[in-house]
Design a protein around this ligand. Structure first.
Ligand code: XMP
Length: 326
């Protein structure tokens, strides 16, 4: 298959997929878990074009999204594309289950498992849905082949995992972008008119801020993380680093240090900046961020975010660090 590198090729791909999806689903309903990531967003936009309101999008907010992320999903899909969108705020469900859980892999399992529970509960309420759309892309298929060959993964990287049997048996899959690589998905997304903040979005792990609020998650530290991360992203946007750095984010460990604010002792968490470049996420190098920008970010985070009194910059490549801290 020719690689999709231009708008014209993307438009031809979209036309072909619109025809195929219509032929596959007829007048039946299709369900999609819409996280707001590049892949599920492109599938949603493609299916809205093909079958309109026959597509039911479910957006589960697990309370571990970045600032304004769920709001953007609602704005783009419900308000601009007039999608059939069910929004579920499951923040309390997730955070209650995660309370006191410090082990990274247990956190991942809880988040992945609860995501399926919430999605499955919603799916069971819907009548007449015969298809499940998924944003599977070609590297996902290659990765599952590798795992099937018994290679040991460093982290479980589970996002959704498998649906319970009763639902898995009920649904036929619709996977319109399963032969595409990520860069092709982005070209198709642009041709479908999706906004750049969605199409060019940096990778964001399925367990979201859950693996960046290190150790046992608390609501106050999660809030500080979300605000600090929003400042980092805003400053990277302003100086163009968003165009050159592959992935950048804040992690906050579960430790406090002594600091000083308004002439008084101020115990707070450190915010750790991670900014890496990579081709395949298997190895990664560190982006050199100009000191001036690091100072601006530090000033803003320590002044604007409640609970943070220091900002650190992680200089560790992968290996020995992984990209995420958990
Ligand atoms: P690591 O930390 O393993 O991350 O160097 C490599 C890439 O994978 C992302 N990542 C995840 N993605 N579910 C995901 O969907 C996960 O559990 C997960 N853990 C890490 C990470 O953001 C980086 O891009």
């Amino acid at each position: 298959m020719e690689r999709i590198t231009t708008k014209a090729l993307a438009e031809a791909f979209i036309d072909e997929q619109v025809r195929e999806v219509r032929a596959q689903v007829g007048d039946k309903k299709v369900l999609l878990a819409l996280s707001g990531g590049v892949d599920s967003s492109v599938v949603a936009a493609l299916l809205i074009k093909a079958i309109g309101k026959q597509l039911i999008c479910v957006h589960v907010n697990h309370g571990l999204m970045r600032k304004n992320e769920s709001e953007n999903v609602i704005e783009v899909f419900q308000n601009q594309l007039d999608a059939n969108l069910i929004y579920i705020d499951a923040t309390d469900r997730f955070l209650n289950l995660l309370a006191g859980v410090a082990d990274p892999e247990t956190k991942r399992k809880i988040i992945g498992g609860e995501f399926i529970n919430v999605f499955a509960d919603e799916a069971r309420k819907l009548d007449g849905v015969s298809f499940l759309a998924q944003g599977t892309i070609y590297p996902d298929i290659l990765e599952s082949v590798k795992q099937g060959e018994g290679k040991k993964a460093v982290k479980s990287h589970h996002n959704v995992g498998g649906l319970p049997d009763d639902l898995a048996e009920r649904f036929e899959l619709v996977e319109p972008i399963k032969l595409l690589y990520k860069d092709e998905v982005r070209v198709v997304g642009r041709a479908l008119g999706l906004p750049s903040e969605m199409v060019d979005r940096q990778p964001f792990p399925g367990p979201g801020l859950g693996v960046r609020c290190l150790g046992a998650i608390t609501r106050d530290r999660l809030h500080a993380l979300r605000e600090a991360d929003a400042i980092l992203r805003e400053e990277f946007d302003k100086c163009g680093l968003n165009q050159t750095v592959w992935q950048y984010f804040i992690a906050i460990p579960d430790i406090k240090s002594v600091g000083v604010k308004d002439d008084s002792r101020y115990e707070g968490w450190p915010a750790i900046i991670r900014a890496v470049n990579t081709k395949d996420a298997i190895t990664a190098t560190i982006e050199e961020i100009p000191y001036k920008i690091l100072h601006t970010i530090t000033n803003r985070i320590t002044n604007e975010v409640e609970g943070i009194n220091r900002v650190l910059y992680d200089l560790t490549p992968k290996p020995t660090g992984t990209i995420e801290w958990e």
